[in-house]
Design a protein around this ligand. Structure first.
Ligand code: ATP
Ligand code: MG
Length: 449
């Protein structure tokens, strides 16, 4: 029986521990007004209502939660009747979204998925949970959650925190422990391994040794997850401000190779070489940008992850006689085709990545009108940032990067001087270019940069 270890962890009722208001630090002042409205309204209508999951975990840490999730014993139809500003979503498991302007409070009905209901819980042959769509009680709901620290319930009735699984103690110990048997829980949903890494890094928690052991064992199962879901998880992993640490940890547990097989291949060939450096620098920069409150773009990071595989393939193709341009085009096509099998990058992302890559050789042209045209390219900034990255890590001439930095800062006249052809060919070309404002396109570069 797949879930036997979880059986041992039950029965639930005697283990419940309630932390009354003075025993924890969650204050209503930290909870969004919309979430409070939802909780109070449900309570007023006679239902039970709790905050659960990441928001409780984050509130206990004194952090501002990303969003507030509510659970209740009201079924979705009943929730809809309570709120005018409510929409039901999801086919497999219906959830209510209560809208307050741009803020959405998700309200879920307690989910039951005990082994005694095996007819309703469908596992595939690897033990992956394919369907669990039955409503249940709070005592049942707790078992389907992943980590003990994600399974704490804040009760609006008396402002207590309800703990069925020792989540509070693990929270204090800063430890991520799976509820139930780790092998079983990871098999049910291998994405939990990525969540383990994400939370460990974000919260600064350590993984429980059993959890770690299990991850080393079943990491490969991640490859059974649909690529669209892995893409979403990959974004969460790398766009949250801790990309570098996340990268190291994913590699440690053998998860990175499932997400980025081509990159892992290059890294293992050239462990201490440039590809690793470029990638690390890109991740570091991205983390710094987020720390400074700036935005980061997914396509830039993916372009950095896959740059080395593209180069490697392109070089192989050139060695077989293909011209550089074609070699890079084909290499990019192949690497992207392979990558989307593991993480389903949307088309606008792959297009932007190609642009960043294809700009790279164009930076070599520094004479004549090409620089002034290049600088108006919609992806110029990303391409230039990528050039800087290459220059910093030995993949491009630092002098070239400096030239482009200077070119952007220069005024029109200086720019014109910088792009003068070398003396030999100067006569014929400069005659055409010299009269100022004769050709607006040629002589007004970079105004919008
Ligand atoms: P974040 O800060 O990223 O929002 P979170 O813990 O709130 O973290 P969500 O994905 O918003 O994560 O999920 C909310 C809650 O639902 C989790 O805390 C957990 O209790 C439960 N949960 C989410 N995904 C899973 C999963 N794959 N397996 C088990 N429980 C899950
Ligand atoms: Mg959440």
């Amino acid at each position: 029986m797949i879930n036997s270890a979880r059986n041992e962890a039950e029965p639930v009722a005697p283990k419940v521990r309630i932390y009354s208001r003075p025993e924890h630090n969650i204050s209503r002042a930290q909870i969004s007004e919309s979430a409070l409205k939802v909780l109070y309204k449900l309570q007023k209508e006679g239902y039970s209502a709790y905050l659960v999951g990441g928001c409780v975990r984050d509130l206990l840490l004194g952090r501002e939660p990303k969003d507030f999730d509510v659970v209740t014993n009201a079924d979705p139809e009943q929730v809809r009747k309570v709120f005018r500003n409510c929409r039901l979503i999801g086919r497999r498991f219906r959830l209510a979204h209560v809208h307050f302007g741009r803020e959405v409070i998700e309200v879920a009905t307690f989910r039951g998925a005990g082994e005694e209901q095996n007819d309703k819980q469908v596992l595939n042959k690897e033990g992956r949970l394919l369907r669990d769509n039955v409503y249940g009680t709070i005592e049942e709901d707790v078992w389907r959650r992943d980590f003990t620290v994600n399974a704490l319930y804040y009760n609006i009735k008396d402002f207590s925190v309800v703990d069925f699984v020792g989540g509070m103690a693990d929270h204090k110990a800063a430890e991520l422990k799976l509820i139930g048997d780790p092998d079983t829980r990871f098999r049910e949903d291998p994405v939990r391994m990525l969540r383990a890494v994400r939370f460990a890094v974000k919260l600064g928690f350590k993984l429980h040794p059993d959890c770690e052991k299990s991850m080393h064992k079943v990491a490969e199962l991640l490859s059974s997850i649909p690529s669209a879901r892995l893409y979403d998880e990959t974004l969460k992993l790398f766009m949250s401000g801790y990309a570098l640490q996340t990268f190291e940890m994913l590699r440690h547990y053998g998860l990175f190779q499932v997400l980025f097989p081509a990159t892992e291949n290059c890294l293992s060939i050239e462990e201490n070489g440039f590809p690793r450096l470029l990638l690390i620098k890109a991740l570091e920069n991205s983390d710094n940008r987020i720390a400074d409150g700036k935005t980061v773009t997914a396509y830039f990071l993916f372009a950095a992850f896959l740059w080395e595989p593209v180069q490697m393939r392109a070089k192989e193709k050139m060695a077989k006689g293909l011209i550089e341009f074609m070699a890079y085009q084909e290499a990019a096509n192949e690497v992207i085709a392979m990558q989307v099998k593991s993480t389903a990058l949307p088309r606008h992302i792959t297009m932007a990545m190609r642009e960043v890559w294809s700009l790279q050789p164009k930076f070599n042209a520094r004479v004549g009108s090409k620089p002034s045209r290049l600088i108006t390219h919609p992806r110029f900034r990303a391409g230039y940032d990528f050039l800087l990255l290459r220059a910093e890590t030995g993949g491009a001439d630092p002098e070239l990067a400096q030239w482009w930095s200077k070119y952007q800062a220069a005024n029109e006249n200086e720019q014109r001087k910088m792009t003068q052809p070398p003396r030999k060919g100067q006569a014929s070309k400069s005659r055409r270019r010299r009269p100022p404002r004769e050709n607006g396109k040629d002589t007004t570069p970079g105004k919008d940069v």
